[in-house]
Design a protein around this ligand. Structure first.
Ligand code: FES
Length: 121
């Protein structure tokens, strides 16, 4: 079994104020990333799931953007209020949350349900 069963990559790219593309950091991605790390630790999942900083994921207009691997589940418009639900439903249960999917076929997941994780102690 691989060291981590899932990775969450949260875009924390920052662009100068007024940049036409905007950026995820100005939309709160730093807080989203921090809450993922804290919640995974609190739930005893830090050895099973890794939350990482990512640079621009090239989905800026959908920010805050994150992607969960190995399943390549792309979520957009993520806020701190979504983090507990993402952990419970997607990270642990393997269920795709349809309302958070980026509404662009290029980011569509291969399936809507994936295997549950098996937390390590
Ligand atoms: S700035 Fe976040 S995807 Fe580009």
């Amino acid at each position: 079994m691989s060291r981590y069963q899932r990775h969450v990559f949260v875009c924390i790219n920052e662009r100068p104020a007024g940049h036409p593309k905007g950026c995820c950091l100005e939309k709160g991605s730093g807080q989203v990333r921090d809450l993922f790390k804290a919640e995974l630790q609190k739930r005893g999942l830090a050895k099973t799931v890794r939350a990482n900083n990512a640079g621009c994921l090239d989905a800026c207009e959908h920010g805050v953007t994150l992607v969960i691997y190995p399943e390549a589940i792309w979520y957009g418009g993520v806020t701190v209020h979504d983090v507990p639900e993402i952990i419970d439903r997607t990270i642990i249960e393997g269920e795709v949350i349809q309302r958070l999917l980026i509404k662009d076929q290029r980011y569509a997941p291969d399936a809507l349900q994936f295997p549950k994780i098996h937390p390590r102690t």
